[in-house]
Ligand binder design. Structure first.
Ligand code: HEC
Ligand code: HEC
Length: 343
C-alpha cells in the first residue's frame, strides 16, 4: 500500500531528523523561511522539522500550502482542514476562537474518529510540537492569541457510581432547555419533549421540525453540508470520554452551527420559589446523557457517509423516535469497541 510505504519511509527520515535536532545545536541553520502566515517567535529549526514531518505525513490530505487540497482530499468527506483559513473545530476555547497548543496536540495524536484524520500517537512529542508550529505558518490569524479555555466547573456527578441522575437531568436539559434537537435528533417522543419544555419553564409546542428524529443537514463555514451528530449512529470525533463531551458541548465547534453553551447555562427560575433553573454544571449532565446515547449504539451499524445515510433515513417519522433496529441496519464494519478502544 502506497500510503503505508510513505509513512514507513517517513518514520526512517524522521528518526534521523529528530537525532539531528537533538545533537546539532551549533549547526548553521539553512532552513528556508516559511513563506506564508505568521509565527515569527519560534526557532526556524523547529519550523523546518515541522515542515519535513508535515511533508511526510500530512501533505497528502492537507496540501502543500496547507489549503486542505492534498491529493486525497477529493475523495474525503469531511474535507481535510484548510490551515490557511484556520477554522479549527475541536478546542477547549469558545467556538470562533483559535485552539490552544494542547488542543492541537490532542487532535493530532488522537485523530478524529469517523473521519480520514488518523491519530498520530507514534510521533515523538517534539515532532508533534514542531508540526503544530509549522501549521501555524499557514495563516496570519496566528498572530493573535488563542482564546481563553472554557471553565471546567466541578462535575457534581463525578463521585457518584450510578450516573442515572445525571443522565436523566441531561435528557431534560437537552430536550427542554438547550433544544439540541433543533439540529441533532430528538431521542424522545414529541409528547416527552413537551414535558421537558414545561419542566424548563418553556411553552409547549404543537409543531416540530420535519425529520425530528434525525439530524438536520446544514452548511458549515466552508459551504460543505454537515450533519450534526446522531449520537446513536455516528462517530463522535473529538472523543467519547465525559470530559471530551463536556469540552465539545461547553466550547462548541468553530465554523459550524454548533454554538458554545457554557455562557448560556446560568438561569434562575421565574417562579416565586426561585432557585436556579440551569447551571453550568448541567453541561456535565448533558455530557453523561450524550455518552449514554453513544453507548446504546448497536455494535454493528452501517457507517457510510452521513449524506447518503440521511437521505435513506428520510422517511416520514412523526410523534415517536424510530426503534433502534430501524436506526441501525445490520452489516457495517465499524464497531462500538473501536470507538471506545482508548477508554
Ligand atoms: C488521510 C487524510 C489525512 C491525513 C494524512 C492527515 N489529516 Fe488532518 N485532517 C483530515 C481531515 C479529513 C480533517 C477534518 C476532520 C473534520 O472536519 O472533522 C483533518 C483535520 C485536522 C486538524 C483540525 C482539527 C480541528 O480541530 O479542526 C488538524 C490540526 C490536523 N488535521 C492536523 C494534521 C496533521 C498535523 C497531520 C499530519 C501529521 C494530518 N492532519 C494528517 C485528514 C487527514
Ligand atoms: C444550531 C445547530 C446545533 C445545535 C443547537 C447543537 N448542535 Fe451540536 N453540533 C452541531 C453540528 C453542525 C455539529 C457537527 C459539526 C461537524 O462535525 O462538522 C455538532 C456536533 C456536536 C457534538 C460532536 C462533537 C464531536 O466530537 O464530533 C456534540 C457532542 C454535540 N454537538 C452536542 C450538542 C448538544 C449537547 C447540544 C445542545 C446543548 C447541541 N450539540 C446543540 C450543531 C448543533
Amino acid at each position: 500500500m502506497r500510503p503505508l510505504a510513505r509513512v514507513c519511509v517517513g518514520l526512517i527520515c524522521l528518526s534521523g531528523l529528530a537525532g539531528c535536532g537533538a545533537d546539532g545545536a551549533g549547526d548553521v541553520d539553512t532552513s528556508p523561511a516559511p513563506t506564508l502566515g505568521a509565527q515569527t517567535r519560534v526557532g526556524s529549526s523547529q519550523i523546518e522539522a515541522g515542515r519535513q514531518a508535515y511533508n511526510t505525513y500530512c501533505v497528502g490530505c492537507h496540501g502543500e500550502n496547507g489549503d486542505g487540497k492534498g491529493e486525497a482530499a477529493v475523495f474525503l468527506h469531511p474535507k481535510p482542514r484548510d490551515f490557511q483559513r484556520a477554522n479549527f473545530k475541536f478546542s477547549s476555547t469558545r467556538a470562533g476562537s483559535l485552539p490552544t497548543h494542547d488542543d492541537l496536540r490532542r487532535t493530532i495524536t488522537e485523530g478524529l474518529k469517523g473521519t480520514a484524520m488518523p491519530g498520530w500517537e507514534f510521533l515523538r512529542p517534539a515532532t508533534v510540537d514542531a508540526l503544530i508550529q509549522y501549521i501555524k505558518t499557514f495563516s496570519p490569524r496566528w498572530t493573535r492569541k488563542p482564546g481563553a479555555p472554557i471553565p471546567f466547573v466541578i462535575d457534581p456527578y463525578g463521585d457518584l457510581p450510578d450516573k442515572s441522575t445525571a443522565i436523566h437531568r441531561g435528557e431534560v436539559v437537552y430536550h427542554g432547555y438547550a433544544n439540541c434537537w433543533t439540529c441533532h435528533p430528538s431521542y424522545v417522543s414529541e409528547a416527552r419533549i413537551n414535558e421537558h419544555l414545561e419542566a424548563m419553564e418553556n411553552s409547549r409546542r404543537t409543531e416540530f421540525r420535519p425529520g425530528l428524529f434525525e439530524s438536520a443537514g446544514m452548511p458549515n463555514s466552508e459551504g460543505e453540508t454537515v450533519f450534526p451528530t446522531d449520537f446513536k449512529r455516528d462517530f463522535v470525533r473529538a472523543g467519547t470520554d465525559v470530559e471530551d463531551l463536556y469540552r465539545s458541548i461547553a466550547a462548541g465547534i468553530t465554523g459550524t452551527a454548533m454554538p458554545s453553551w457554557i455562557d448560556s447555562m446560568e438561569f434562575l427560575s421565574a417562579k416565586p420559589s426561585g432557585g436556579p433553573l440551569v447551571r453550568q454544571a448541567d453541561v456535565w449532565a448533558m455530557a453523561y446523557y450524550v455518552q449514554n446515547l453513544i453507548r446504546q449504539r448497536p455494535a454493528k451499524f452501517t457507517g457510510g457517509s452521513p449524506k447518503i445515510r440521511n437521505r435513506v433515513q428520510r422517511i416520514f417519522l412523526h410523534g415517536e423516535p424510530p426503534s433502534d433496529s430501524t436506526r441501525s441496519p445490520e452489516g457495517g464494519t465499524a464497531t462500538l469497541e473501536e470507538e471506545f478502544e482508548d477508554d
